[in-house]
Ligand binder design. Structure first.
Ligand SMILES: Cc1cc2nc3c(=O)[nH]c(=O)nc-3n(C[C@H](O)[C@H](O)[C@H](O)COP(=O)(O)OP(=O)(O)OC[C@H]3O[C@@H](n4cnc5c(N)ncnc54)[C@H](O)[C@@H]3O)c2cc1C
Ligand SMILES: NC(=O)c1ccc[n+]([C@@H]2O[C@H](COP(=O)([O-])OP(=O)(O)OC[C@H]3O[C@@H](n4cnc5c(N)ncnc54)[C@H](OP(=O)(O)O)[C@@H]3O)[C@@H](O)[C@H]2O)c1
Length: 657
């Protein structure tokens, strides 16, 4: 930079101020996008290092804490003395609480502080590099000719980043370990910041007035097309539109992105190639998008090749079976394609041409089953499965096949429910798996919290923990599995697999399954004794008011007496597993919402001196209740300094939908 300004000073003696301005403008317009990219690359590297450090520290300190656990037990946080050795852990917990557990809510949008800070930093970076050093050689400040074209180049430079952040297979996710759903927030945020910059760039040109002859220029018309398309994109990407008309959003997004890219490419062609080829910022987006699609197609063919005409018999065998478990839940079971591996909590896109109404339609669902390494014999060698082999078949699928629990909505899922009501089979092409993986082996306590179909995320985490402890890979000693459901019949979705899982749990692992029925259907029924409903605020924690197995008949009675619209349409799990499940000593059921704050506080106290992982999947409300429950003082630095649990939290929601 210093040498260039020297040369500027030298040339100013021989050239006019206008051409001197031009030379400086071009130089800065070329240089600043590189500086922005350097800044972004440092940020990405920092996130990667942070995640790595957090992981390594957690592992190291978990081991240390395990050895000192007994001596620390017994005293409450307030009485325990501060141990300075816990300082690094206390700082990590402080960072987690401040960055991820405090949220700012704007209508249907909820941003954690990490997201707010990232947004501010990104905005600050782009606007600073647009508007700094815009004083011209005559001393005029904020010279529009300085910043308007520079804004255009900065916009172009951000297009590859926005494209990468929006793809499922991208290098940023690979480097940072942040899942593609979480990066999708950055994709939308960056696009919105660039949108503001586009109008700053365009406004600077339009404000002095465009001549009719200007519009004859193809490059300008293409720029206007790109700007208009990006504006429309930003509008149709707003959550209310996506939530109400997802397919409209999906196809319009595809077309508009194409218009933005083609328009921007032609617009940037106008730049002098001898100075810098700005198209170099645009065409990589086609490659990034193409690579993502190629990877998806390769996966699709690799995992579904039997469907593509090589072996029709085998293809048929891969058809998914559907069952309507309750009026609002379909279970779709699919034989695991050869080589298809997944981690608990991952998602697959289902492409079902026979059910979809539009081409390329695919729907994401969390894989509710677990990719187990245990043999069938190991899984079934327990009392819970000895009654009949046929009874265990759907249960075994949760360890050996792909199972999806699908909430019936208005479109694709409704059509699927119609097929499931007839127990039909459907042809399914799998795209995936996608999403972050969790290593739960290093935690002393795992707490899984789900609302409704959110259990498709927490169930495989439970199966993973049990298997990890069985094969000696996990140090976990306690698992609490909390599930909130509106309708008691929903228990049948997973009762048999839970019963089976509990029956193979080693003695060293204490598992508590706590089910909260929040609907009022049981207590409304005259034949069913109430379970003691309390308002959410008044609800004491479960451990203080346990519902024992004497409530089993209540549940079974509820099955018969609930006002069920279409009894015949509902597939209730086999009675053996259901009764075995509700009679299990580790299962408790009660009515009303749990106080998640109290529950989490108790779990953290129990885990004193150790590490605790909390995973939650469900509505926004349940996720924010868990975030609140894990703020101060439960996970605060002072608590950790006094030997409190080191708490990690994973929140899973329908990411970008
Ligand atoms: C990462 C992820 C994991 C999910 N896991 C599960 C799960 O385990 N079980 C479950 O029941 N549901 C899950 N969903 C939601 C599920 O994908 C949608 O409910 C389903 O696609 C709705 O289809 P529909 O045509 O019946 O919806 P509609 O009735 O048309 O719309 C209902 C809602 O679903 C959203 N939606 C519709 N189509 C899609 C789509 N192709 N992709 C994303 N969202 C869409 C809409 O925006 C709307 O909010 C998950 C979604 C995501 C993003
Ligand atoms: N991978 C994923 O991202 C994924 C996968 C599956 C599902 N999900 C999400 O999970 C949610 C489940 O939907 P659904 O229709 O299947 O479930 P649902 O029928 O809406 O049930 C949700 C349950 O959670 C309870 N709940 C809500 N807020 C709570 C709180 N603060 N504290 C305690 N309990 C609370 C509800 O209680 P009340 O009756 O009192 O409200 C209800 O019992 C959806 O929002 C879906 O987006 C996400």
């Amino acid at each position: 930079m210093a040498s260039s300004s020297d040369s500027t000073i030298m040339t100013s003696k021989v050239v006019s101020p206008a051409s001197e301005d031009k030379a400086i403008r071009i130089e800065r317009a070329n240089e600043y996008p590189h500086e922005v990219w350097f800044f972004l690359a440092c940020l990405i590297a920092l996130v990667a290092v942070f995640r790595l450090l957090s992981f390594v520290c957690s592992k190291m300190f978990t081991r240390n804490r395990l050895s000192s656990q007994d001596s620390e037990k017994g005293a409450s946080y307030s009485k325990a003395v501060v141990n300075i050795r816990n300082l690094p852990l206390a700082l990590i917990n402080l960072y987690r609480v401040v960055a991820f557990r405090f949220t700012l809510d704007f209508g249907s949008y909820s941003l954690n502080l990490a997201e707010v800070v990232l947004t501010m930093m990104y905005m600050a970076a782009l606007f600073t590099w647009t508007f700094i050093n815009t004083t011209n050689v005559s001393g005029g400040k904020l010279d529009v000719s300085y910043w308007s074209n520079r804004a255009g180049v900065l916009i172009a430079s951000q297009i590859p980043l926005i494209t990468a952040l929006g793809t499922k297979n991208n290098i940023i996710s690979f480097i940072t370990g942040v899942s593609y759903e979480n990066l999708n927030f950055l994709h939308r945020m960056a696009a919105h910041v660039v949108f503001v910059l586009v109008w700053a760039h365009a406004g600077a040109k339009i404000a002095p007035g465009l001549e009719a002859t200007d519009l004859k220029e193809a490059w300008l018309r293409c720029g206007i097309l790109a700007a208009a398309s990006l504006t429309s994109l930003c509008i149709i990407s707003l959550r209310p539109v996506r939530a109400r008309a997802y397919e409209f959003f999906f196809y319009t997004h595809l077309v508009l992105v194409l218009l933005v890219l083609v328009g921007a490419y032609r617009h940037t062609e106008n730049s002098s190639p001898s100075v810098f080829s700005y198209q170099a910022y645009i065409w990589p987006s086609f490659i990034i998008w193409g690579i993502d699609r190629i990877i998806r197609v390769i996966r699709l063919v690799a995992f579904n090749h039997t469907y593509f005409g090589f072996d029709s018999g085998a293809g048929k065998a891969l058809d998914a079976t559907t069952e309507l478990l309750t009026p609002k839940c379909v279970r779709l079971t699919l034989k695991r394609p050869p080589h298809f591996k997944w981690s608990p909590g991952q998602v697959a896109y289902l492409i079902t041409p026979g059910v979809s109404s539009l081409p390329f339609e695919s729907h994401p669902f969390t894989i509710a089953s677990y990719d187990s390494h245990m043999s069938l014999k190991e899984i079934t060698s327990s009392a819970a499965s000895t009654d009949s082999d046929s009874n265990t078949t759907p249960t075994i699928s949760y360890w050996k096949e792909l199972v999806f629990l699908i909430n019936v909505q208005e479109g694709f899922t409704k059509r699927l429910a119609d097929i499931a009501a007839r127990k039909g089979s459907v042809k399914v092409y799998l795209d995936g798996p996608y999403g972050a993986t969790h290593n739960l082996n290093t935690y002393d306590t795992n707490v899984f919290i789900a609302g409704g179909t959110g259990v498709s995320h927490t169930l495989p985490l439970l199966l993973d923990t049990i298997e990890g402890v069985r094969n000696g890979k996990s140090i976990c000693k306690r698992v609490t599995f909390i599930w909130c459901i509106r309708d008691p019949r929903n228990i049948t979705w997973i009762s048999s697999v839970l019963a089976q899982a509990l029956s193979i749990t080693p003695d060293s692992l204490k598992v508590a399954v706590r089910i909260f029925v929040t609907g009022s259907s049981i207590s409304n029924s005259p034949d069913v004794p109430a379970l003691g409903y309390e308002s959410p605020e008044a609800t004491p924690s479960i451990s203080s008011v346990e519902v024992d197995s004497s409530h089993t008949p209540v549940f079974e009675k509820a099955q018969k007496t609930l006002p069920v619209e279409n009894q015949d349409d509902i597939l209730v799990d086999n009675p053996m597993s259901l009764s075995a499940f509700v009679n299990l000593p580790s299962v408790t059921m009660r009515q009303g919402r749990p106080s998640l704050t109290n529950l989490l506080k108790e779990e953290a106290e129990e885990t004193r001196g150790g590490s605790m992982c909390v995973a939650v999947c469900g509505s926004r409300s349940i996720a924010s209740a868990v975030r609140k429950g894990l703020q101060f003082p439960v996970s605060g630095p002072l608590t950790v300094l006094r030997g409190g649990a080191n708490v990690s939290l994973h929140v899973e929601s329908f990411g970008y939908a």
